[in-house]
Write a protein that binds this ligand. Structure first.
Ligand SMILES: [Zn+2]
Length: 306
């Protein structure tokens, strides 16, 4: 009798064992549905990837090579955003096209990562706008991600939101944030070194996107080629810029991959300048991360001005 009981117990244990191991296998085979989040521009995408790791599906909206200033959201992109919990954006006036998704995406919130950032006025844009319309309301310069100090605040803001969506993995996200902030600090030191021996730190850039970068790394932007992305400079404006270039002994001018360089060519040829490319967004080639994009820009400035 005792033998039978032991036999039954052995059979039961074995059966249960097989049952549970099969069950577990099924559980593993089932693809885990990841939480979906989205970003408007590549720097936010890359920062979000660094925080979320493989826990979330991150999609970026602005295609590589596109300019956030002239972009318009399409129905197919809106379709892609279905299921996203949150969209991280820069904010007014850079990527407000994201608000055009309206009610077309269910239960998504749009969050501007600028919370806690010291936003600055444009240096040039308003000078000209004010001459035309004195007393008009100033918009603040939205290119604040081009600064290590601000990138840390952005990463913190994104982490907070990600934790609120997925609190179970709070420790993972906090750990990722710590690691990313260490990388950013290292990048700041590297860029300081790259730019330390540049003799002439005066720059003319294509559009007014480098103020925060210049402020952080002691560069001096003396002129911008276009006042507003998508608008051609007037002959009067170009004449002033010509004088500025002469006055500061400018030898190079910096264009951008997102904006057509055709308009700048006569200016470049006229003053016999060299043309270099700075990239405020990245996401292409060696600029395959936000940090590598910042390093690329620092190296380009060093090569151009040394
Ligand atoms: Zn811009």
């Amino acid at each position: 009798m005792k033998k039978y009981i032991i036999g039954i117990i052995i059979i039961l244990t074995a059966t249960l064992g097989v049952y549970f191991s099969l069950n577990q296998k099924n559980e593993l085979d089932k693809p885990q549905k990841k939480i979906k989040v989205a970003t408007t521009i590549f720097p936010l995408y890359d920062i979000t990837k660094n925080i979320a790791g493989d826990n979330m599906e991150v999609i970026n909206i602005l295609p590589p090579g596109g300019s956030p200033h002239t972009f318009e959201i399409t129905p197919s992109l809106i379709k892609n955003l279905q299921g996203a919990k949150i969209i991280f954006n820069i904010g007014d006036p850079l990527d407000n096209w994201i608000t055009k998704i309206g009610d077309n995406v269910d239960d998504v919130s749009i969050y501007s990562v600028k919370e806690g950032i010291d936003l600055k006025s444009f240096k040039f844009k308003h000078k000209h706008e004010h001459e035309k319309k004195p007393g008009m309301k100033m918009t603040l310069d939205p290119h604040y991600w081009l600064s290590i100090k601000n990138a840390k605040i952005i990463a913190e803001n994104i982490t907070k939101k990600i934790i609120s969506i997925d609190p179970d993995n709070k420790l993972i996200y906090e750990n990722n944030l710590d690691k990313y902030k260490i990388k950013l600090t290292k990048t700041k030191n590297e860029i300081d070194k790259i730019l330390e021996n540049v003799p002439n730190k005066k720059l003319i850039v294509f559009h007014e996107s480098w103020n925060y970068f210049a402020y952080e790394f002691n560069l001096d932007i003396v002129g911008v080629f276009i006042n507003s992305p998508g608008k051609e400079p007037t002959p009067q404006y170009l004449k002033e810029l010509h004088d500025t270039a002469k006055k500061h002994n400018i030898q190079v001018v910096f264009s951008e991959p997102q904006l057509s360089p055709e308009t700048i060519k006569p200016f470049v040829e006229d003053l016999n300048l060299s043309l270099y490319i700075l990239d405020p967004l990245g996401g292409i080639g060696e600029r395959n991360s936000f940090i590598n994009t910042l390093l690329y820009n620092a190296k380009t400035i060093n090569n151009a001005l040394k």
